[in-house]
Design a protein around this ligand. Structure first.
Ligand code: M6R
Length: 361
């Protein structure tokens, strides 16, 4: 069942280029979007996205995309907070629920709460027969295939892929993107499976770094823009399977408190493709180095050449369209968590205190 891999997680990380290519084949035809009929964003005035855990970080990345590509006002909420906060929803708005299992109790309860208050309930799920899929008006499968490891990996990157396609559709429907611009984004998306394969090839190098990370008590992840939610996802993955305390922060927020934690025992993992925000992130990184924090810079060749000096370690990924970087950079984040857990000898596929699907509120 593990197809020669030691753990389901390793198998599922490795499957990502294939399942993402499958999802793209399904939702893109003849170089244009091929999403379900009912997915017309032209009259939607607000999108409320609700999820838990890793799925909620996918929605947090997608918020950047919907805002940037479609200029669509967008809220993201953790399901267990959403309904008790009694958020005012718009009758012209959509509520979107993202869940790998489609059975997460908090997310399902949030869906039932929102149902009568919005124009449409949309689900993004991996299990098409799940409760969340059945109770929504429109369900988009992410086509990741069965995910067994408790740590969500391929479901996360497939969620991101489908959410990106939806943001493109929203951009088109709302007159913010031309078909030609959408086609450009789609060709960039098509390069992802290959780039992710390349990133997978860095596994042994990342395993070497993870052996050192395994000695740490606390680890910080930093990112800016759409890489900020990915920093939180990297931290969640690491704490979930290696039991090392980790937090993800927006790079610019470090100086407002968490920098007090930095000393020579705290590794700081900076997820920073060479994009428009890079220089600002580098200056945050230098603040860490000035306090003897051990920086692991994950960037592309240009980023590592410009800012790698003085870092504890660097990992060089292929260059990618900045807007798609959260999908590619998921791979090293997952591999770091995986190899750190291996170095610590924890149960990677079945970490303590956790279940694959959380069916209690
Ligand atoms: O099945 P769901 O996507 O609704 O699950 C949500 C979370 O429980 C899940 O993503 C959890 O955070 C993962 N174990 C993280 O790897």
């Amino acid at each position: 069942e593990k197809a020669g891999y030691k753990h389901f997680m390793a198998k599922e990380v490795a499957e990502q280029p294939v399942v993402i290519a499958d999802a793209l084949k399904h939702y893109v035809k003849g170089g244009a979007l091929n999403l379900p009929e009912g997915l017309d964003f032209s009259t939607v005035d607000r999108l409320s996205m609700v999820a838990c855990g890793t799925a909620s970080y996918a929605t947090a990345v997608a918020k950047y995309w919907f805002e940037q590509l479609a200029h669509l006002p967008c809220d993201v909420d953790i399901a267990s907070e959403f309904r008790y906060r009694e958020p005012p929803l718009s009758t012209k708005g959509w509520a979107m629920f993202v869940s790998q299992s489609g059975e997460t109790a908090d997310t399902l309860a949030a869906l039932r709460h929102a149902k009568e208050q919005v124009a449409k309930v949309v689900a993004v799920v991996n299990v098409p027969t799940s409760s969340i899929a059945r109770e929504s008006d429109l369900a988009l499968p992410i086509l990741a295939g069965v995910e067994v490891g408790v740590a969500s990996t391929k479901a996360f990157t497939c969620q991101l892929t489908v959410l990106f396609l939806m943001a493109l559709k929203a951009g088109l429907d709302r007159g913010r993107l031309t078909p030609a611009q959408v086609a450009d984004h789609l060709s960039a998306l098509n390069t992802l499976p290959g780039l992710m394969n390349h990133a997978m090839g860095l596994s042994a190098e990342i395993a070497g770094i993870a052996e050192k990370l395994a000695e740490a008590q606390d680890i910080l992840f930093l990112g800016r823009g759409p890489m900020f939610p990915l920093a939180m996802e990297g931290a969640l993955k690491l704490k979930e399977i290696s039991y090392i305390h980790a937090e993800g922060y927006a790079s610019g927020e470090l100086k407002h408190g968490p920098i007090a934690l930095i000393d020579n025992r705290v590794p700081v993992i900076v997820l920073a493709p060479r994009d428009a925000l890079f220089e600002k992130t580098v200056s945050n990184m230098q603040e860490v180095m000035a306090r003897h924090g051990k920086v692991l810079l994950i960037s592309d060749a240009q980023g590592v050449a410009e800012a790698g000096k003085g870092c504890w370690k660097t990992v060089t990924l292929p260059a990618v369209a900045p807007i798609l970087a959260p999908i590619l950079y998921s791979v090293p984040a997952q591999l770091l968590a995986y190899h750190t857990a291996i170095a610590k000898g924890t149960d990677v596929d079945q970490p303590r205190n956790l279940a694959k699907s959380v069916t209690v509120e």
